[in-house]
Design a protein around this ligand. Structure first.
Ligand code: SAM
Ligand code: SF4
Length: 466
């Protein structure tokens, strides 16, 4: 197969027409299959994503909830984004960083500023960040970006804590650049296709390197061929018909899985938010209604049960709370979308940010709310640090195994958070949830060992994990 033929628009359009209005029996059969946790094929996903009947939608939501519970339990992994530059030579019509936005105050953080931002994020309790920048090799080069990763890892906060995992989201790299990146200790490399619909893609990306659809579409092939093991994909919902994007995301995932035996580690589901001087954020071409957005998350959870689904602070607290029950496994918290935004929260808001966020709560507030709802906030980076990535992760990703590793690690990192960063009330809520969740660790031995480790954390030991 030619690399660029794995997205087949005609197939997707035919599937969407053919599977609309499927019988209730067929839908029930598909949902029963989803509960076997082996994923769904694209035809099945086409049936689910075209459903609009309220009762049937409710059944999809219930199924997604069961799958999420079975595989991930009630853990939510937390991270914070760190933007190092808003220079950009591209012109994406939805983005505040676009080259033609002359009101944007451009900045490329120096190494000390990157360290300051990292320190603030660490002091909030985060252990995992996502580093991003616009695409402007002349102003902020790939080499500069590599230096910022080093700088971020080198920072220690007042508790002596440092970052345990840096994920990155930058414009597509070349083979040579990916080969170089493969020697740097990053977690996931993420890049959103934005839209898989080629004609829309061309309209939305009128100039700059990003205007080349194939260069972006083949980015994960280049990454995986050149030594990366952990990649994340996504689509920006609102640019084109969400049903098309969901099936295309699944075609992309299938292609990576079949070709490299490594499916995407994560799928992100950003929705367009308002951005300065960005026409496609003012008049969104295909606005995605809340119910459809919930359906997107639920169908992805049914179709690729072991793939993480990432939700950002683009969504409101209310929407986020609803989506936690439908399959989200990773969330950002306390985010700033401008370079320097953590150190200068008041100064550089709209004039330097990529888009505005809807969940403006602090990390502490998000964590408190998540715990109050019965979820376990997790700062775990265990798999990555034990080398359980790529194919190894996929093999590990069976419900029992995930529970044996991830739940204890989540509890240990939550305990650290409660000791080092939480206020008194959050600490009480958190200790209660730890006590309750300990009982859900599947093996007696692992439960005992986790209890021992928790005591060690209580007594000052840090960074214990399975
Ligand atoms: N500049 C690189 C690129 O485009 O791949 C790095 C990622 S960019 C900093 C992060 C992502 O933000 C983009 O891929 C896009 O999907 C998303 N984004 C841009 N404008 C947005 C908006 N107005 N609302 C929501 N998400 C937006
Ligand atoms: Fe630049 Fe990325 Fe924004 Fe496009 S989405 S204008 S490439 S920062």
């Amino acid at each position: 197969m030619n690399q660029n033929t794995f997205i087949n628009a005609t197939t997707i359009e035919n599937l969407l027409t053919r599977h609309i209005n499927s019988s209730p029996q067929k839908i029930d059969d598909i949902l029963a299959k989803a509960l076997e946790l082996k994923g769904l094929d694209i035809e099945d996903a086409a049936t689910l994503i075209t459903i609009s009947d309220k009762d049937q939608l409710e059944k999809i939501f219930q199924t997604a909830l069961k799958i999420k519970d079975e595989i991930y339990g009630n853990r939510l992994v937390l991270f914070a984004p760190l933007y190092v530059s808003n220079h950009c030579a591209n012109n994406c019509l939805y983005c505040g960083f676009r080259h033609d936005n002359k009101d944007m105050k451009r900045i490329c953080l120096n190494i000390d500023e990157v360290k300051d931002e990292t320190r603030i994020i660490l002091e909030e309790g985060h252990k995992r960040i996502l580093m991003l920048m616009g695409e402007h090799p002349a102003k902020c080069s790939f080499e500069y970006f590599l230096e910022t990763i080093d700088a971020a890892y080198a920072v220690k906060d007042s508790k002596g804590s440092s970052l345990r995992r840096v994920n990155i989201e930058i414009a597509p790299l070349s083979d040579v650049q990916f080969a170089e990146l493969s020697h740097i200790p990053i977690g996931t490399y993420t890049c959103f296709q934005e839209t898989y619909h080629e004609e829309t893609y061309k309209k939305m990306h009128p100039s700059g390197k990003k205007s080349h659809y194939d260069w972006r579409l083949n980015v994960m092939d280049r990454a995986l061929k050149n030594g990366l093991h952990d990649v994340g994909i996504g689509a920006l919902f609102g640019l084109y018909d969400y049903r098309f994007e969901v099936l295309a995301l699944l075609q992309h995932a299938k292609h990576l899985d079949e070709t490299y035996r490594i499916g995407p580690h994560t799928i992100s589901v950003p929705r367009i938010e308002s951005a300065q001087n960005a026409p496609a954020s003012r008049i969104v071409p295909h606005p995605t209604a809340d119910t459809d957005f919930k359906k997107i998350v639920a169908v992805l959870r049914c179709a690729v049960p072991y793939t993480g689904i990432i939700l950002s602070t683009r969504e409101s607290p209310t929407m986020r709370n609803e989506l936690f029950h439908l399959g989200i496994s990773q969330i950002s918290a306390g985010s700033r979308t401008s370079p320097g935004g953590y150190a200068n929260a008041m100064i550089n808001s709209t004039v330097q940010e990529q888009f505005s966020v809807n969940d403006t709560r602090s990390t502490g507030e998000v964590i408190r709310s998540v715990i109050e709802q019965g979820f376990v906030p997790s700062f775990c980076t265990g798999c990555y640090r034990r080398g359980r990535t790529g194919q190894d992760f996929m093999e590990l990703a069976k419900p029992g195994l995930i529970k044996a590793h991830c739940l204890p690690n989540a509890l240990l990192t939550l305990k650290e958070y409660l000791k080092d960063y939480a206020d008194e009330e959050t600490r009480i809520w958190g200790e209660n949830i730890i006590k309750k969740e300990l009982l859900h660790i599947p093996s007696k031995n692992r439960m005992k060992k986790t209890e021992e480790y928790l005591k060690q954390v209580e007594n000052g030991k840090r960074d214990l994990y399975f």
